[in-house]
Design a protein around this ligand. Structure first.
Ligand code: DQQ
Length: 548
């Protein structure tokens, strides 16, 4: 229907039809970026999983190729689940993935595949050598919760990789496997790390540098030590459906990982506080950066997905690096995306937004837009007190104090995908609390909350409209905070404070579509705020955007 077309994302990667989920084996090879992903060739719901494959020269325009990996051997007969690519020392890319080899239960084994023709930069055809599966669950491992091999790293004559698992009823585990030849793998007895969080899907372990001068540079996964090298361990929590990470130290002698913050596993730093799951990074040798891909599911009803014929998108690929504080990562949409910005941005400068006021940004279409705004807060004296019981529960705090609940300093931010009479609008905003003790702060720093509140996003009553929120580790007492939102019809992907806190929401307006979608700056706090600068660009569609 017309409505479906109006909700189809334009510059976020998505399939033309059918279901997609996890990004798999992202890599760069001979001039091309490769993205594989979990795909159901038969419908818009999860099932019949194969690896679809698209390639790009610029990470913006994508060309769909034929299915790369599909059930064809005994050890992947019932599904080709998630996995990763490793570029071997002679330049050959290898893919390791989880195969399901039984019809009755999800019995999980790990398989390997190689390109049929290494000189084809598009890597169209993949072959599964004899000897698969190459890793099977043994030694008491729960075979139904044993999947998603990572990119391997090489040191001291050995390759290592991780496999996500569940131990007992509730312990998430990342097992280390080692190999000399990439074919015969042995498990290291003690896992790399574990925590009482439930199953760890799609683990990811990679180095980052704390060296101030090279901070933005990514490191190849095999860089395991060196001056100021830290590691990030990310896990996808099956129970809670989000990706969390810690920053810590990896010791290749003991094959253990220790988070810097002893409470790290409970503190739940997240890549994204919204709809973002089963993500994976890779090292881009061309621009020497680490790139993060993540899947955003639909949040309409499954019947709507079947009706519109497709479900699932990939978030805009993000560059990730370590914040100078060393406490967390920073994320920013790849600079390549800026090529899609229209030629005539609209901008606003030094505009005070008073208590209860909202200012419409006119002069462009904002159903597909990129908006960057910096706010100034003259004083935080009028900030609300933070209820200590909610001091570490951003989501609850935001669901109780949504965009319409007047505060002291904030809520202020953007209404995106707003209808002309504002019956529909998605609020992306900040709310400032008086200095208090919370995840990011000792008593002497004001607490900043970032929210994405979709409760008013649609008049359609049959939608899941969760409020998403995270705290922002920034010093608002300095008086400034920035926000960037990528709006793409049914996606609002936002980056707070230069990429310290990110939130992706899926929304399904019924009125705020196409040219009827409006953009406003709002302030529902008691204290005036100032938009020091806002720039909004219409976003063009990439010339080629082909999922399968
Ligand atoms: N999706 C894959 C699994 C993975 C899960 C199956 C995460 O390999 O654990 O489609 O979304």
């Amino acid at each position: 229907s017309i409505l479906d077309a109006e909700l189809s994302t334009g510059y976020h990667f998505r399939p033309i039809k059918n279901w997609i989920n996890d990004p798999n084996a992202p890599m760069y090879y001979k001039g091309w970026y490769h993205l594989f992903y979990q795909y159901n060739p038969k419908g818009a719901v999860w099932g019949n999983i194969v690896w679809a494959h698209s390639v790009s020269r610029d990470l913006i325009n994508w060309v769909a190729l034929e299915t790369a990996i599909q059930p064809s051997i005994k050890s992947d007969k019932y599904g080709c689940w998630s996995g990763s690519a490793t570029i071997l020392r002679d330049g050959t890319p290898a893919i390791m993935y989880t195969g399901i080899d039984r019809a009755d239960i999800n019995y999980e084994v790990q398989n390997i595949a190689f390109p049929k023709n290494k000189s084809d930069p598009l890597l169209r055809e993949w072959v599964k050598p004899r000897g698969n599966p190459i890793i099977v669950p043994e030694g008491g491992i729960n075979a139904t919760q044993f999947r998603d091999p990572t990119t391997a790293w090489y040191a001291d004559g050995h390759w290592r990789l991780l496999i996500g698992a569940l131990s007992g009823a509730s312990r998430g585990v990342a097992y280390v496997y080692r190999s000399r030849d990439f074919m015969r793998w042995t498990r290291v007895r003690k896992p790399l790390h574990s925590a009482p969080t439930g199953m760890w899907e799609c683990p990811d372990l990679y180095p980052v540098t704390a060296d101030g001068r090279h901070r933005h540079k990514g490191l190849d996964t095999s860089v395991v030590s060196g001056p100021r090298v830290k590691h990030v361990l990310k896990n996808s929590l099956d129970l809670r459906r989000y990706d969390y990470y810690t920053v810590g130290t990896y010791d290749r002698k003991t094959e253990r990982y220790v988070p810097d913050n002893p409470a790290g596993d409970e503190h739940h730093l997240r890549y994204d506080y919204g709809n973002f799951y089963a993500s994976k990074t890779f090292y881009d040798p061309v621009k020497r950066r680490r790139i993060l891909w993540g899947w955003a599911n639909e949040s309409d009803a499954a019947v709507d997905d079947v009706a519109k014929g497709w479900a699932g998108i990939q978030a805009i690929p993000r560059k990730v690096w370590l914040d100078p504080s060393g406490r967390q990562l920073m994320q920013w949409p790849l600079e390549e995306l800026e090529a899609l910005r229209g030629k005539r941005p609209v901008s606003i400068k030094n505009r005070v937004v008073k208590r209860g006021e909202h200012v419409e940004v006119t002069g462009l279409r904002t159903s597909q837009a990129d908006v960057e705004v910096s706010f100034e807060v003259a004083s935080i004296d009028g900030a609300e007190a933070l209820d200590p019981a909610l001091a570490n529960d951003a989501q609850k705090l935001c669901s109780m104090r949504g965009a319409h609940v007047e505060g002291g300093v904030g809520p202020f931010g953007l209404w995106v995908l707003a209808s002309s009479k504002l019956e529909e609008k998605t609020a992306v905003f900040f709310r400032v609390f008086k200095a208090a003790r919370n995840i990011n702060s000792t008593n002497n720093k004001p607490v900043v909350l970032m929210c994405s509140d979709p409760t008013m996003s649609s008049l359609n009553p049959n939608l899941y409209k969760p409020t998403f929120a995270g705290f922002v580790d920034t010093d608002i007492a300095k008086g400034k905070i920035s926000l960037r939102s990528l709006i793409d019809r049914s996606v609002v992907e936002s980056f707070g404070a230069g990429g310290r806190t990110c939130i992706l929401s899926r929304v399904y307006p019924t009125l705020a579509l196409g040219k009827n979608a409006r953009l406003h700056v709002f302030n529902n706090g008691k204290v005036d705020i100032k938009v020091s600068e806002l720039t909004a660009w219409e976003m063009k569609k990439p010339a080629l955007m082909n999922g399968a």
